[in-house]
Design a binder for this molecule. Sequence first.
Ligand code: PMV
Length: 346
Amino acid sequence: MTFEATCTAPVNIAVVKYWGKRDTSLILPTNSSLSVTLSQDQLHSKTTIRASADFVSDRLWLNGIEESITSNKRLVACLRETRALRTKIEAEDASAPKLAHLNIHICSENNFPTAAGLASSASGYACLVYTLSKLFQLPLDASDLSIVARQGSGSACRSLFGGFVAWEMGERADGADSKAVQIAPETHWPDLQALICVVSDEKKGTSSTEGMQLTVKTSPLLQERIKNVVPQRMDEMIAAIKDKDFPKFAELTMRDSNQFHAVCLDTYPPIFYMNDISRAIIRIITEYNRDGIKAAYTYDAGPNAVIYAPAANMAEIYSLLSHYFPGAAFDDSLGLLNNAAAPTTL
Ligand code: PMV
């Protein structure tokens, strides 16, 4: 007998950044974070998982190319956790189909460049865990699933929800309270849009895993950020989102992106994720905001900009950026995205 599930999951872009782990195997962060989930129309991961008694081993294909499962500890952790939950269901209900012991084939693809600082690991692991939960019919809500997805990639836990999502860092050593919660649904602030500016689609030089551990070890500024900045910033960001206060949301978003990249510079040896084009975009947006805040930039662990702005400003921002970077810099990778919903079963 063969069992199958196919799902899609969205990308999320943080406005209060996660950077630093207090436990590297459970993926427990040194600070809470907050993100906006982006539309699945343009950017998403899509995963099909099949379980069958005919399969002789677990296998994985990423964007059409087979990859080893056993060498990927995080993927192994997500499989182990979801299989353990299925085993419990089968032990408690003798009529439940026996799935937990079957080998599975996983086929996953992104409709955008992988590992180019566009949060492909977030949508990828959220999609993997969501699809496993459908295959194994696990009675878990999105917060429960976020605890499993977090062990694939930290930021993935936030892609289990649409809209505005916080990852609460938690306090427990076993990670049971380090989970995602929805701050507001995707219908809350439809006027807020995101523009992705693909400055470069090359794979990043320093992975987020390597980068954040070096920062934890060497940056005194990170200690200041996690103790004295992020706790208050989380509260202010949640209030700005609830009030749909764009100038406040934008200021906090830009300050947080700036501090994340300052912390990277404070790492020894320093890590650079932004390039000259990234910094030029910051100058353009700063100038554009001179008489009142109309747009916010943010950068993850790569040079690509995400611009958040009210819908009415987007055409102007698009033409401003196209004027300074005609053609090549953004070409047709430039996308306009509404904030969007949670993973979907196909
Ligand atoms: O989940 P990771 O290991 O890919 O880390 C993501 C870190 C940032 O994207 C830079 C910030 C964030 O909160 O998403």
